[in-house]
Design a protein around this ligand. Structure first.
Ligand code: GAP
Length: 506
């Protein structure tokens, strides 16, 4: 499975979907750049989200807030006090880990101390799940057995945070071969700090936002005062967020700079359960409709022990990535917690007056909070396919047409006899409405393969017959089926194809 991820990462680099940030300087951990194809894919995804949730609804408005806000916002939201992860350092390697992502595999190697007495040694692996974390210990167990002796039994798994201090001494860190190099867990705030203005003093400290949600709450009154909205209604925002993640990993899945697509949906308190149920289903279906298969998607309701104290219900939409099943989006019923916090900290009235019922109250909120980069990664994983065409192996990205970076390629069969001229004219016409690509270099089979790898749903080929009867060939990426259409109506024909059902081929 990991092999699948390596192939995808390499395709992303080679074809210009995703590059490591500042790569010519050796990169910077947790930051990524989207290349020419990747930027189109991510934009299409964000635009689909915006169109479906803001522009096509009567009960939603959008916002675009600043990234740096008054630091009091983050006091009110609880991020200054509580937005932290437990961190563990390795004294030997200087590596830093999130303590909740260290799982200890108690293989119980009968190690020997300097006095020759047997002492237990436990192996630590890293991952969001024990299965993910098992990879390193499994490889290492065999190697260390030579030094410490064979494990005394099959492994049992213990989360590092559940070990007592005495037992932590037994642990061999993920990147060492020695026991007891990991420090005790310490709390680490994930917000990036900066200074606003010329002075670098305590009073000029500000933060890069760790979520877009708080900009929405801070503008709740502004939006109400514009007079366009009546409960129930939502405010949506897409934008960058920043978290100084202790251990960025799994390609773009956990980055330090990423984009969120968040909705705060405000309603009457007694209707909040119903709206929560609505968004939980609607958001799941949105991914399915854009091509994520529902057997790889999962809706997981949080148990009571996982809920924030103010939330009565939360569900995660999870996707089975090659590196494990992980969260794509969270849908939380947050009650009136956020607006009340901002009311308290700002001293401003954030209540709503219901004209019909002559009632004043603080609305409750349901928050569907998605990550644009995680969703992009899930769509890339889902689209990645290796199959055979005419006995030849190919790699194809089977994106839904709505999010495919390039919608069609225009290809003259050969570079002579007037074919490039006709192709160029078609390309110019199509380009007015869709993102299309012109390619006349190399054998036609190779050009098709290149488009398959880029996830282009259709290729339009201009051949000898095109010059005599004015028809062109359309090739469907997934089925490789080809058929002829008149060049005269090609723009309309492509629009129709792009609006068709997934994989119908015509
Ligand atoms: N306002 C609620 C909130 O921010 P969250 O679960 O911390 O909730 C929501 O984040 C979504 O943002 C996640 O489901 C994920 O898609 C995305 N996200 C969070 N941290 C991320 C990271 N370090 N890298 C990439 N995406 C991230």
């Amino acid at each position: 499975m990991l092999d699948e991820m390596e192939k995808l990462v390499s395709l992303c680099k080679r074809r210009g979907f995703i590059f490591p940030s500042s790569e010519i300087y050796g990169g910077i951990n947790g930051f990524w750049d989207y290349g020419p194809l990747g930027v189109e894919l991510k934009r299409n995804l964000k635009e689909a989200w915006w169109r479906d949730h803001v522009q096509q609804r009567d009960d939603m408005v959008g916002l675009d807030c600043s990234i740096i806000m008054n630091p009091r916002v983050w006091e009110a939201s609880g991020h200054v006090g509580g937005f932290s992860d437990p961190m563990v350092d390795c004294r030997a390697t200087k590596e830093r880990y999130r303590a909740d992502q260290i799982f200890v595999f108690a293989y119980v190697l009968p190690a020997v101390n300097h006095k020759g007495e047997p002492t237990e040694a436990w192996l630590a692996g890293l991952g969001s799940t024990p299965e993910e974390a098992a990879v390193v210990p499994e490889k290492k167990a065999a190697k260390l057995a030579k030094r410490f002796g064979e494990p005394t039994g099959p492994p049992s798994v213990i989360p590092y945070l559940q070990l007592g201090p005495g037992d932590r001494e037994k642990v061999i860190g993920p990147a060492t071969d020695d026991r007891g190099t990991l420090t005790e867990p310490r709390s680490f705030n994930l917000m990036f700090k900066t200074f606003v203005g010329a002075l670098e003093t305590e009073s000029s400290v500000a933060y890069l936002r760790p979520e877009t949600a708080q900009g929405i709450f801070a503008n709740f009154k502004n939006v109400l005062d514009t007079g366009r909205v009546k409960l129930p209604f939502g405010i949506a925002q897409i934008g960058k967020s920043f978290r100084n993640e202790i251990n960025p990993r799994n390609f773009t899945f956990r980055s330090r700079e990423f984009e969120q697509m968040e909705i705060e949906y405000f309603c009457r308190p007694e209707e909040a359960r119903e709206w929560y149920a609505y968004w939980r289903t609607a958001r799941f279906q949105w991914y399915v409709d854009l091509g994520l298969r529902s057997d790889r998607l999962r809706l997981r309701d949080h148990g009571p022990e996982e809920l924030a104290f103010y939330s009565t219900a939360t569900a995660d939409i999870e996707y089975a990535f090659p590196f494990g099943t992980s969260e794509l989006e969270g849908i939380a019923h947050r009650g009136d917690y956020d607006l009340k916090q901002h009311q308290k900290f700002s001293g401003k009235d954030l209540s709503y007056f219901d004209e019909e019922r002559k009632e004043r109250f603080v609305p409750h909120v349901v928050e569907p909070s998605a990550g644009a980069d995680r969703a992009t990664l899930a769509f890339l994983c889902e689209a990645y396919t290796e199959d055979q065409v005419g006995g030849e192996a190919r790699t194809v990205l089977k994106f839904h047409r709505r999010i495919a970076p390039v919608k069609a390629a225009v290809l003259p069969l050969v570079k002579r006899d007037g074919m490039p001229e006709m192709a160029e004219a078609i390309y110019r016409e199509l380009k007015r409405r869709q993102n299309v690509f012109y390619d006349e270099k190399g054998a036609i089979g190779r050009r098709y393969r290149r488009q398959d790898e880029a996830g282009t749903p259709f290729s339009i080929t201009i051949d000898g017959q095109s010059l005599t009867d004015g028809t062109v060939t359309v090739r469907d990426r997934d089925s490789c089926r080809q058929w002829r259409v008149p060049a005269a109506g090609i723009s309309r024909a492509l629009d129709d194809l792009l609006e068709g059902e997934v994989g119908s081929g015509q």
